[in-house]
Design a binder for this molecule. Structure first.
Ligand code: BG6
Length: 516
């Protein structure tokens, strides 16, 4: 273990944080799960850190009939397990208001507009707004269109630095065609500069750290390429199952739910070139260039590169857990995948022929997300005479969650005989240095949206390129090509035969979840 410097002695290099602009945040689907579990709590954290403008309010919209007071109670419950004084809680919940109506009724948006006028006056907000769509994806287009039709997609208030912003949860479309169509519908009323397409993984501290680690240090970039790197593995393993989300998930599956966005987003951060500056145009430009360089999936050879699985019954932590087909709301005989493993290549000078192995699954034996970069072995062992003719490869692991950190394995001399060697580890844990990293990704993303920074949000180009890449696969799996393997969920679930074959056919193996 390296020595960890106490906080006071550590050199703080640079920290910059802007306070949110005055605004009214209008959340469609405010009585739903996301708003209650993530959005309200994240706003409370921003509020406590003084990052929320004094001129702020929240207007929840939903089908449920709730009064402002009812919603304030919901907000209070949502922050019950957050730290904070009674005074802070009391002040915070006063920001919350609610309006009920039907998303398909044009009159609802007229009422919203009227209410916003009243709230602007009450909270001193000069007409600046953020609209957040936390509703079923089928309604994104309708709501955006209606906001435009009542004139809420633009403002001419001199007090607003920014035009109204529209925050859109994933999934943005469910294939290339629907993503293009949805975008066209939204763009009738909103400019690209007003759109904030969320991929909450990009809001995670450790995912953003990939860019700092790569581009704020000179020592990694020279070896960050095909000359030194053997392969890269990206894993998002979840121990939970589909929970109460079968209504959405059964139509989506792991490829659409995790791979098209979170996995490809992390891959892009690991592999992209350095932009000239850390801003939206720079980052998003490089990201999309990288995604465009991914070798298209050959429709005839899908099985060699991608496999899918579905969790069956198993045991987790001593408790029986049901298989996917027995989860509430899942269609009988559903062939929706809960696990995807794939192999991708990036056809550019830096990465030509370096395999990127990616896997994500629900009901795995362990919850862990990490990116492991395995370097090539030394070309020649000078220790062959004592039987050490194959040196283990150096592996650099970016631990995204839950034990956030960075680990590097290397060989070193052990005390003892002359050629006594061990594989040792340089280990940096965020929690040892900064305490627990429990900052919710939505805090970052909401604040960025309030200051008008689109860096960590997907541009339509990213969305289209990633759907385009997966098109052949979606089509093949849609036609039932590619067997769906059932794996026992829970304890010990790591992979299965077909997924192993993808990597073992190259003479490599998956990193063991149990050892991560
Ligand atoms: C969401 C997916 O985007 O990410 C969920 O829709 C998944 O299915 C979740 O469980 C995982 O996020 P995290 O932050 O818990 O790793």
């Amino acid at each position: 273990m390296p020595e960890i410097q106490p906080l006071a002695d550590r050199q703080e290099i640079a920290c910059a944080e802007m306070r949110g602009e005055p605004c009214g945040m209008v959340v469609f689907g405010a009585s739903g799960d996301l708003a209650r579990r993530k959005l309200v709590g994240s706003l409370f954290e921003l509020f406590k850190r003084g990052l929320l403008s004094e001129k702020f309010y929240f207007l929840g919209c939903g089908r449920k009939v709730l009064s402002d007071d009812d919603y304030r109670k919901i907000a209070e419950e949502s922050i019950a397990d957050h730290s904070g004084s009674d005074e802070e809680r009391e002040k915070f919940v006063k920001y919350f208001n609610f309006i009920s109506g039907d998303y398909l009724d044009g009159g609802f948006y007229e009422r919203i507009k009227e209410r916003l006028g009243e709230l602007d006056a009450e909270y001193g907000v000069p007409g600046c707004r953020i609209f957040y769509l936390s509703i079923p994806p089928g309604l994104y287009g309708v709501v955006a269109e209606n906001l435009g039709l009542v004139g809420l997609s633009h403002t001419d208030s001199a007090g607003c630095k920014l035009q109204p912003r529209l925050v859109i949860e994933k999934p943005f479309g469910n294939n290339l065609e629907s993503a293009v169509e949805l975008n066209e519908q939204i763009r009738e009323h909103f400019e690209e500069s007003q759109l904030y397409r969320i991929d909450h993984y990009l809001g995670k501290e450790t995912v953003q750290n990939i860019l700092m680690f790569r581009f704020a240090n000179a020592i990694f970039e020279p070896v960050w390429n095909r000359n030194y790197i053997d392969h890269v593995q990206i894993t998002i393993a979840e121990s939970l199952g589909v929970g109460h989300r079968a209504g959405y998930y059964d139509d989506s599956g792991a490829l659409r739910d995790m791979f098209q966005n979170h996995m490809l987003g992390m891959l892009a951060f690991v592999a992209m070139e350095a932009p000239a500056s850390f801003d939206a145009d720079g980052i998003r430009g490089e990201k999309v260039k990288l995604l465009r360089s991914i070798r298209p999936i050959d429709a005839e050879r899908v099985d060699e590169f991608f496999v899918r699985g579905q969790y069956g019954a198993g045991v987790f932590d001593g408790e029986d857990i049901c298989g996917y087909l027995d989860e509430e709301g899942v269609r009988a005989n559903s062939v929706t995948e809960t696990f995807v493993a794939g192999k991708l290549f990036i056809d550019n000078w830096r990465w030509k022929d370096v395999p990127f192995y990616l896997r994500t699954g629900k009901r795995m034996g362990k919850r862990v997300t990490e990116i492991a970069i395995t370097f090539k072995r030394v070309p020649h062992s000078m220790f062959a005479s004592v039987g050490l003719d194959e040196m283990p490869a150096n592996v650099l692991v970016l631990k995204i969650q839950p034990n956030e950190g960075i680990r590097l394995n290397f060989q070193a001399k052990r005390p003892g005989s002359k050629t006594c060697m061990s594989t040792l580890t340089l280990n940096f844990n965020y929690s040892d240095v900064f305490g627990t990293v429990d900052r919710e990704a939505y805090e970052r993303l909401l604040l960025d949206c309030m200051v008008g920074d689109q860096t960590l949000f997907n541009h339509q180009d990213d969305v289209e390129v990633s759907w385009g890449l997966l098109g052949a696969l979606l089509e093949a799996w849609g036609k039932s090509a590619g067997a769906l393997e059932i794996y026992a969920g829970g304890d010990g679930a790591e992979s299965f035969a077909a997924a192993d074959k993808i990597i073992e056919s190259d003479g490599r193996e998956w990193r063991k979840l149990s050892e991560m």
